[in-house]
Design a protein around this ligand. Sequence first.
Ligand SMILES: [Zn+2]
Length: 478
Amino acid sequence: MMRRPLALLLSLALAFPAPAATLPDLGDVGASDLSPAAERRIGEEIIAQIRWRDAAYLDDPEVEEYVNRLGRKLAAVSNNPGQAFDFFVVKDSTLNAFALPGGYIGVHTGLILAAESESELASVLGHEIAHVTQRHIAQMVGHQSQAGMVMLASLLVAVLAARSNSQVSEAALAAGQAGALQSQLGYSRDFEREADRVGLQTLDAAGFDVRGMPGFFERLQRASRLYENNAPAYLRTHPLTSERISDMENRASALRYRQVPDSDDFRFVRAKLRAQAGSPTDALRDMESRVAQTPSDFTVRYGLARAQLRANRLDDAEATLAQARKEAPPSPFIETLAAELRTARKDPAGAVTLLSAARKSFPASTSLRYALIDAQIQAHRPADAAAGAREGIQARGDDVRLWQLLSRANSELGKRTAQHRAQAEVYVLQGTLPAAIEQLELARKAGDGDFYELSAVDARLRDLKIRLTEERRDRDQR
Ligand SMILES: [Zn+2]
């Protein structure tokens, strides 16, 4: 019974056409706080909903890779470096970032664009990381009490629904918990102060400019006055006071000051987000005026080339990118765009050449890996694509994008058993077991698998059927 309000509110908060979100079993929590494992499981379910069913999720591996690199740099020097973190980006112009249970941190595109320096963006991530490492959500949930569950639900409603203001949060509020929800919309003042303090230490340890924090939060507060009663979502879930800002200022001034230049990647990401925003014509006009203002900034020029590609002005895009490439140090952002231009020219083989060379210079870049495999499929080199995908999967078996690419490559190769097997793994990772089981049934019937392949399919099928039965039983017991 106690889990019902949470499940109800979550399904409202997420409001997807998919079946109502179901929550994993929270286990025997007893008298303690929500356990880290239970917290991670809740987070996994929510993130699966966002990633695969929410149109606002920014499916851009390049941008996501950057946010993860920045976030992990901070997390590595936090007070709990063992905590798992995953960062993702939400297409939303409001100023917001939020921590879900289990170390999943979402950042709005609006926040990335509002930050005037990388240290400012890092300061908000540091604050969110601190909410996670200090286990604030778990403490709020406390002993699996009704009140704790309503509090967790309210937090999730706030972070997920407040960003689109909208019917969703209103529906949730109307769902019978109105009073309780409205009074619990944010973290407590103590938690906020702690997240500020711990976040600032992390920011300092990671080598960023600590003044970025009070600076950015002060601008957020100033901006909030313009909204009157409708404060930006960030301030609703992280109530900001003048006292908090002066605390931050005092602490920051006690730390050593350093001037920290923004990374090129920070600037590339902002240029890319701008070039992808709004209509192609608006983006083009915006980037043209930015290039006119800062003609020496190669990341802005890269953004203009992107906007030109979107507007299908391929000759202009090539000329602009050629100039940016002359001015910029080697960068995956430039090479990936150059390859996209080749593809737009119906020259996927040219894209493969560019991306293969770039992979050698930047072997750690996962977004380059995806781009290369995709180009290989388009260039009718599915065997190379499949080999690349399998190599990536060996390092990261839970990478949905790689399984998707492997399935496509196998389809091009005409290997139907292998195609359906890979597609089954996509569905497993997306949390839809029935669809995965259906793919394995198709793999069995495909007729082109050898003995070993079919044995593996049968074994996986047995596993998944057991898992599905267990999941259904757990759900019925709630
Ligand atoms: Zn906060």
